[in-house]
Design a protein around this ligand. Structure first.
Ligand code: ADP
Ligand code: MG
Length: 388
């Protein structure tokens, strides 16, 4: 799960990580008021979307007057921001973060994540901050430092100093960096984060360190244990269909093709998508309805698939192991009746009572094609999608 920058910065404050003075706003008027209260001589207006790369895309604007704060806010609110991380539809800008600007001397990169290879939480740091870390990693990998934290010993002061020296920090800054790194590590553990990224961490002209940007991802399998984090969820920033699917316990991912796929079991779903591609088609989605599926789930799955207007044909591929095929066929018929399916549906049922299931579908009078073999089913659905 992702949260907004302003929410991440609130968590940073709670863990002693210094962030610029600022506050979120949802109208140009309140943006202006916040700026006035911040009494600086410059402000920054930042679009709050669940994506990076905002600076280059016009989502971070430096304002030299209160009038400019209001003007930039008016320009950004209610639009969709497209950055290299959002896809071409962009993400809605409904909240802004208004902050004081600071004269920046240097920009660093500092992040914390789980490294599966070493089975450790690791810090990644670089003196080349402010830009894409992927680019730095590719073009000048020697500029990237990584540091493993031992789960038994925790983060040690000497490890923080090592990073501080590598970033050529001096005097009080070394202690300040240690405090930031300890705060990040405590926050990471306490809230089951999967990534905390500060890009840039800045050194101001007066020598202070601030987290100028803040990004936190949380482990989806752990957020249920953190109601405070769950409350920060902004569903408007996520794929609508994927949100719905989560609500009904379906594993759904939107893809670019025109063949809707409904399958039980993630492995079978992958194999089905492979086969559709092999036969010259392109899946519109990945959808796993789960092993012990119900009529309700099948019905919701159909609604989801059909709400995607690029879907020209649907392939249902269900293996009746835990549930019998005739029961599944009844579920499919109930769903088709309820949902008003207006595209051809190819159904491949295999397993217990497969014959009865197929007979039910064939005799239903609906636009259903009962296939007896998966390869044929895939060929059929690709042909139907092409003909549409
Ligand atoms: P993104 O990573 O989405 O592009 P950032 O928050 O990193 O957004 O902002 C982009 C750039 O804008 C920063 O690298 C920094 O140079 C500048 N910037 C952001 N906030 C401030 C601030 N409070 N004062 C001065 N410059 C800022
Ligand atoms: Mg950034």
């Amino acid at each position: 799960m992702n949260i907004h920058e302003y929410q991440a910065k609130q968590l940073f404050r709670n863990y002693g990580i210094p962030v610029p003075d600022g506050q979120q706003a949802i109208t140009p008027e309140s943006a202006g008021q916040i700026a006035r209260q911040l009494d600086g001589d410059g402000w920054v207006v930042k679009a709050q979307v669940h994506a990076g790369g905002r600076g280059k895309a016009g989502g971070v604007k430096l304002a030299k007057s209160l009038a400019e704060v209001a003007e930039f806010s008016r320009q950004m609110l209610g639009t969709r921001l497209i950055t290299h991380q959002t896809g071409e539809e962009g993400l809605p800008v409904n909240t802004l973060l208004i902050e004081k600007t600071y004269p920046i001397k240097r920009e660093f990169y500092l992040s914390l994540l789980v490294d599966r290879g070493s089975e450790r939480i690791i810090f990644i740091a670089s003196a080349a901050g402010g830009m894409d870390i992927e680019t730095v990693a590719k073009e000048s990998p020697e500029q990237i430092l990584s540091l493993q934290v031992s789960p038994a010993a925790g983060l040690q002061a000497y490890q923080c100093r090592k990073i501080a020296y590598a970033l050529t920090l001096k005097g009080q800054q070394i202690k300040a960096l240690e405090k930031i790194m300890q705060g990040m590590y405590q926050l990471f553990l306490a809230k089951d984060a999967s990534q905390i990224e500060i890009n840039p961490l800045v050194e101001t002209q007066t020598g202070d360190l601030f987290a100028l940007d803040a990004k936190i991802n949380f482990d989806d399998n752990a957020v249920a244990a953190h109601p405070d984090i769950l409350a920060m969820k902004d569903a408007g920033q996520e794929d609508e269909k994927e949100n719905k699917a989560q609500q009904y316990g379906l594993n759904y991912i939107t893809l670019e093709g025109n063949i809707g796929c409904m399958v039980n079991g993630a492995g079978l779903a992958m194999a089905t998508m492979d086969l559709v591609k092999l036969k010259g088609g392109m899946p519109a989605n990945f959808l796993d309805v789960g092993g012990g599926t119900s009529i309700e789930k099948v019905s919701e799955a159909f609604k989801l698939i059909l709400s995607d207007h690029s879907v020209k044909a649907v392939l249902v591929n269900i293996f009746g192991g835990i549930v019998k095929c005739d029961i599944i066929a009844e579920g499919i018929l109930a769903a088709v009746q309820e949902v008003h399916v207006n595209v051809p549906v190819v159904v491949r049922l295999e397993g217990t009572n497969a014959e009865q299931g197929r007979a039910l579908l064939s005799n239903s009078g609906f636009n259903l094609f009962a296939a007896d073999d998966l390869a044929h089913a895939a060929e059929q659905v690709v042909a139907l999608a092409e003909a549409a």
